[in-house]
Ligand binder design. Structure first.
Ligand code: TYM
Length: 331
């Protein structure tokens, strides 16, 4: 059975980048694979060490997972901190993770630059915790966006290293996965290239945003003064708007604005209006489900408890076997 796993940090609401980069694949994959989707609350402490409402943030992501189409009867949905076996595997992996390779990770360097007063050991060892997440269920495929590619490469390194050092073929080598072949990067609205929850106000469209908020954010998106020559190449900020249009609009709408651009007759205001309305059509039913589910405390608790139980069963088996392989014995 193909085992699929992925996770999201509870540091904000889910946005279209999370959806089209990751969650859309989760929804498809849960139909035919053994899937584990979790909320990476341990990871969130690497950047948000003293969250005001950690439990509330975790609950919100769980609600948004469900609203986006994850089915707790098909996939195992759980909270990372409900499965302490992950922390134990993280410890074992850290014994064979080297300072040099951890320091070279791009996201580590970026985060160290962004939070110079908090370059903590969790940030440095983020890739070994992520590898523990993946390896704890001996996963084969990991649906993620392009920004996680390097972390996945590290997970493969740690899996191979474990197998080699202990002379076993225990961990499968996990592969990054996207249905459309290449990993996806959804751009933000501020021209900076990536939609992200920490990229600043107005950059991200959240699944929970109402129509008015979406219209406002999209109308504010950065553009240039327009093309001046026929068929000229699009600058990044315009290319970004087209990339967003491609994920929420029809191919005809994309073609229409592309033609207009190529003929230098494009009105960015019209393109933005179309983009905003198509985003609203996409997000509105999800937003409604988020609001409904958030009110159903009993159901959310049931889903989390059921997920924790299933995830722990699988994790405990791996930890038992890993301890055996390394040589730990009970007296
Ligand atoms: P996180 O919480 O930053 O993002 C969750 C998922 O959303 C994807 N994503 C995007 N995809 C395309 N375009 C974007 N603009 C965009 N923004 C976010 C991410 O690629 C990710 O798939 N380290 C992970 C969480 C994690 C994890 C794991 C993932 C922890 N352990 C084990 C997979 C397996 C993270 O910070 O994702």
């Amino acid at each position: 059975m193909n085992i699929v796993l992925s996770g999201i940090r509870p540091t904000g609401n889910l946005h279209l980048g999370n959806y089209f980069g990751a969650v859309k694949n989760f929804v498809k994959m849960q139909e035919e694979n053994q899937c584990f989707f979790f909320i990476a609350d341990y990871h969130s402490l690497t950047t948000h060490p003293t969250p005001a409402d950690l439990h509330g943030n975790v609950k919100q992501v769980l609600v948004e997972y469900l609203a986006a189409g994850l089915d707790p009867e098909k996939a195992t949905l759980y909270v990372q901190s409900d499965v302490p076996e992950i922390a134990e595997l993280y410890l074992f992996l850290n014994m064979n993770a080297y300072l040099g390779e951890l320091e070279r990770v791009t996201t580590f360097k970026e985060k160290a630059r962004k939070q110079p007063d908090n370059v903590n050991a969790g940030l440095l060892t983020y890739p070994s915790l992520m590898a523990a997440d993946i390896l704890i269920h001996r996963s084969h495929q990991v649906p993620v966006g392009k920004d996680q590619e390097q972390h996945l490469e590290m997970s493969r390194t740690f899996a191979r290293r474990f197998n080699r050092m202990y002379d076993v073929e225990y961990f499968p080598i996990p592969q990054a996965y996207n249905f459309g072949a290449d990993l996806v990067k959804i751009p933000g609205l501020d021209g900076s290239g990536k939609m992200g929850k920490s990229e600043g106000e107005g950059n991200a469209i959240f699944l929970i945003d109402d129509a008015k908020t979406i219209r406002k954010k999209v109308m504010k998106a950065v553009t240039d003064t327009g093309p001046t020559a026929l068929n000229q190449a699009k600058p990044d900020m315009i290319e970004n708007l087209f990339s967003l249009l491609k994920v929420v609009s029809t191919p005809e709408a994309v073609q229409y604005f592309d033609d207009q651009y190529n003929q230098c007759t494009i009105r960015y205001g019209d393109l933005k209006k179309q983009l905003a309305e198509d985003m609203i059509v996409f997000t509105e039913p999800i937003r409604q489900r988020i609001l409904d589910l958030a009110a159903d405390e009993a159901y959310i608790s049931k889903v989390a408890r059921m997920g924790a139980e299933k995830a722990r069963e699988s994790a405990a088996k791996t930890i038992r076997e890993v301890r055996e392989i390394i040589g730990f014995r009970h007296f």
